[in-house]
Write a protein that binds this ligand. Structure first.
Ligand SMILES: NC(=O)c1ccc[n+]([C@@H]2O[C@H](COP(=O)([O-])OP(=O)(O)OC[C@H]3O[C@@H](n4cnc5c(N)ncnc54)[C@H](OP(=O)(O)O)[C@@H]3O)[C@@H](O)[C@H]2O)c1
Length: 309
């Protein structure tokens, strides 16, 4: 299988390169050259004029879009670029996929929901984003679903990995510096290890024939997030506990729960981001891990000795 992978140096993209290596012929697309991947198509996707020159450079059977404008707060003031990357780029990929017969996996987010529920969100639940990031990601989903592409959308949440800026690395870094930590305790979600997400997407790539039976647009949307839910405060406690067990920390740090209003940010955050991933499990026979995956990620960080951002 020949796979064109956009966003190959992001949290998810990096794990996809690792998981798909040896299983498929992968052509990464990234802003910078990737060591060990000389065939990378190096390009800045913020220029839409380039897209039609990039996609045909590789005769892909499957396109995986892990690229996105993910700076949630910056998006509030940079609407044009957020729309370009999160809405128009997926639309262009879907058009290309429809023209060439390539399949398309697009990754989306819990931010498409209003965040006011108290039960895990299912795929068909009412959307209602409250941020530019969420609105543009939802528009990207809709552009794909309205196209003739053989495409699937996989929504995830609270992604972390051993690379780049994310909650796990930020918390660990502060814990190692013994800084007192105040953590939001009234927003709930399912932390997702990028490795687990990548493995789930590899399952999708391998069992695509089943997908051909999904005729309704909404059936082409799946949720895949970590198996355990909690607040950011719970998440931080699990990070601290694992770090103590792994002897990264001598003792558990002091953590104080705070409310959303005590931690003002530019873009509104959904209070409830819990995704129900059971349909993905039924369709593809795969579930992402929960707190055990967090432990495995920290174990790798310890071995690599690269826990500081
Ligand atoms: N992170 C989360 O908590 C989270 C939660 C829910 C859903 N998601 C979704 O999951 C997917 C993967 O997210 P992630 O956590 O892996 O995000 P990430 O680490 O921020 O990766 C995003 C990727 O997009 C690339 N990109 C952005 N602008 C670009 C441009 N102008 N030209 C070329 N590449 C560009 C980045 O390139 P560079 O490497 O050059 O920066 C990066 O490789 C996204 O669709 C995101 O919306 C993420």
């Amino acid at each position: 299988m020949k796979i064109l992978l956009l966003g190959a140096q992001g949290q998810l993209g990096h794990e996809l390169l690792r998981v798909l290596h040896g299983q498929a012929e992968v052509r990464p697309v990234a802003r910078q050259p990737i060591p060990g991947w000389p065939e990378t198509l190096v390009t800045d996707l913020a220029s839409a004029a380039r897209w039609d020159q990039v996609w045909p450079q590789f005769d892909a059977d499957l396109i995986i879009n892990a690229a996105a404008y993910t700076a949630v707060d910056a998006a509030e003031d940079d609407v044009e670029n957020a729309e370009l990357l999160n809405q128009h780029l997926p639309a262009s990929l879907a058009q290309h996929a429809a023209n060439t017969g390539a399949k398309l996996i697009h990754v989306s987010t819990d931010y498409v929901f209003p965040g006011d529920a108290d039960q895990p969100y299912q795929e068909h639940d009412r959307t209602g984003p409250s941020s530019v990031y969420g609105r543009t990601k939802l528009a990207g989903e809709q552009a794909i679903l309205n196209s003739a592409a053989d495409a699937l959308i996989v929504r995830t949440s609270w992604v972390y990995s051993g690379r780049r800026q994310n909650f796990v690395r930020a918390m660990l870094s502060r814990m190692l510096r013994q800084q007192p930590l105040k953590v939001v305790a009234d927003q709930y979600g399912c932390p997702t290890w990028a490795r687990d997400l990548a493995q789930g997407l590899a399952h999708v790539a391998q069992s695509w024939p089943q997908v051909g039976t999904l005729t309704e647009a909404e059936q082409r949307v799946f949720h895949l997030a970590g198996a355990d839910m909690g607040s950011w405060y719970d998440f931080a406690q699990h990070i601290a506990q694992a770090a103590v067990e792994l002897k990264l920390l001598a003792e558990a740090p002091e953590l104080s729960p705070i409310t959303t209003t005590e931690f003002p940010v530019k873009a509104p955050r959904p209070a409830w981001s819990v995704l129900d991933s059971s349909r993905f499990a039924q369709q593809f026979g795969y579930r992402a891990g929960g707190w055990k995956s967090l432990y495995a990620c920290l174990e790798e960080l310890k071995e690599a000795r690269c826990w500081f951002p």
